[in-house]
Design a protein around this ligand. Structure first.
Ligand SMILES: Cc1ncc(COP(=O)(O)O)c(C=O)c1O
Length: 479
């Protein structure tokens, strides 16, 4: 493709992109294709000779688009959002066009220095103390892995890096029963082993019980093990439960443990001064992660990782072969050693575009609107005698189930709600997902999509009620 054709097609695609976003509500939110529907339309071998762009783009529309679940659809209420916004997309276009690989300062000084400044902006915006230094990671999973690896190295005086894991004490990591699976994965990758991850019991609000944590640490010490790290969650994936950060911080301080906080979704809510009380005691935290790619209108992927001691992070990952040495090494941030991959995308640009475009006030207004919608939806659930809330609603996620008075058997309720979710998602009008809380099949409704409005929330609620009551009749008729 020459640059003349590139220019023409790029203009066409921008028009398509704007049309897509304008008419996104015409698409089914969740892709309705069946397994292998897409695969069987794709040739088994790569084309020998090049094809014209018109054909490639036509195939994108005919083959690929039906297999897309539309995360930017305002009726996307599943998982947690990966929300985007027009300024973020524009930045991604530039990032892709420039195509810089930003592993070290000299491979694009602007990328390194913009990242440094963006992390300072974000730190201020969410109210973390100035003692924190930030770096962009791809995902929260990677950031948490970095935290555990840094803790492991710091505790072993960097001997695991040198000698491997075969010697030394048995390290223990603690998190609640409700923590995200990325913690399990990080513990495995760090070579610590599933058996050394202790899942601490939670209270009736699904928040970690600090006294159970304290007891587990004490028992491990008595058994000759080495407590290493505690991971608390601000906004668990199941129900956005809030672990008691300050109490957990004090326990970590008392025992000299690494303290990592996973605020993947809800870190964005800390932009709101009224939410700041949630990170009281932040000075006790060693590392903190949140995802602007979840709830700060910035395209996936972009995870903000903050540490109190960047020196420990860098020492954990630093390997400096001759070919990567530069004259500026002592004076600049070479982010190649602030995480796992050497190569790095230019992610700071989209943050810059988003933050400047909305302004802090604009971002706060969107977040407050989402929180208000969530409160309203929760109110509807509470006021309906045949629905019940299954968890508190501190943020934008509502956990609920349909519970008609004539059905009280838990197994039947689980099947009823599973069928309800299936029907809702098959309608193409909404997309919601589920979890299990206290062994109850729980439907989760998340209000965090960039352009979600009251009408979407209300339409979703009406659909849920209609589907549930229709289904209920069928369940009773079938016995
Ligand atoms: C609390 C929590 N932590 C971590 C993650 C993993 O996020 P990522 O996809 O950025 O690794 C999630 C994903 O939803 C999450 O909810």
């Amino acid at each position: 493709m020459d640059l003349k054709d590139f220019r023409r097609h790029a203009h066409e695609l921008v028009d398509w992109m704007a049309d897509y976003l304008e008419h996104i509500e015409d698409y089914p939110v969740k892709s309705q294709v069946r397994p292998k529907d897409i695969l069987k339309q794709l040739p088994e071998a790569a084309p020998e000779s090049g094809e014209v762009f018109e054909q490639i783009f036509a195939d994108f529309q005919q083959i690929i688009l039906p297999g897309i679940t539309h995360w930017q659809h305002p009726a996307f209420h599943a998982y947690f959002p990966a929300n985007s916004s027009p300024p973020s997309v524009l930045a991604e276009m530039l990032t892709a066009t420039i195509g810089a690989q930003c592993m070290i300062w000299q491979t694009s000084p602007a990328a390194a220095e913009l990242e440094e400044r963006m992390m300072e902006w974000l730190r201020e915006m969410i109210g973390l103390p100035p003692s924190f230094t930030g770096v962009i990671q791809d995902t929260a999973s990677t950031a948490t892995l970095c935290a555990i690896l840094t803790a492991r190295e710091q505790f072993s005086s960097f001997s695991c890096n040198r000698e491997g894991l075969r010697t030394g004490p048995r390290y223990r990591v603690y998190c609640s029963e409700q923590t995200h699976s990325s913690i399990d994965k990080a513990v495995r990758i760090a070579g610590l082993g599933d058996e050394n991850l202790r899942k601490i019991a939670v209270d009736e609000n699904f928040a970690m019980l600090p006294e159970a944590l304290e007891a587990a640490i004490a028992a491990d010490i008595r058994a000759g093990m080495q407590p290493l790290c505690v991971i608390a969650t601000l906004g668990t994936t199941g129900s956005t439960a809030i672990d008691p950060l300050e109490a957990i911080g004090q326990i970590c301080r008392r025992h000299g443990l690494w303290y990592h906080v996973d605020a993947a979704l809800t870190g964005s809510a800390l932009l709101l001064p009224e939410m700041r009380h949630l990170i009281r005691g932040a000075e006790m935290i060693d590392s903190f992660v949140f995802n602007p790619h979840k709830w700060l209108f910035t395209n996936f992927d972009c995870s903000a990782y903050f540490v109190q001691d960047p020196g420990a992070l860098i020492r954990t990952f630093e390997i400096l072969p001759e070919y990567l040495k530069t004259p500026e090494d002592q004076r600049v941030n070479n982010y190649r050693d602030w995480g796992i991959p050497l190569g790095r995308r230019f992610r700071a640009l989209k943050l810059w575009f988003v933050i400047r475009s909305y302004g802090v006030e604009g971002l706060q207004a969107r977040l407050r609107a989402h929180l208000a919608l969530a409160r309203e939806f929760a109110g509807k659930v509470e006021q309906s005698p045949d629905f019940e809330l299954l968890a508190p609603v501190p943020f934008n996620t509502i956990c609920f189930r349909y519970k008609p008075p004539q059905i009280d058997d838990e197994e039947t309720l689980n099947r009823l709600n599973s069928a309800l979710l299936e029907n809702l998602n098959r309608s193409g009008k909404v997309f919601l997902t589920h979890t299990r809380l206290n062994d109850r099949y729980t439907i989760r409704m998340v209000l965090g999509q960039t352009r979600v409005e009251r009408r979407h929330m209300e339409a979703a609620w009406e659909l849920i009620v209609r589907e549930a009551r229709g289904l209920d009749r069928k369940f009773i008729e079938r016995g």
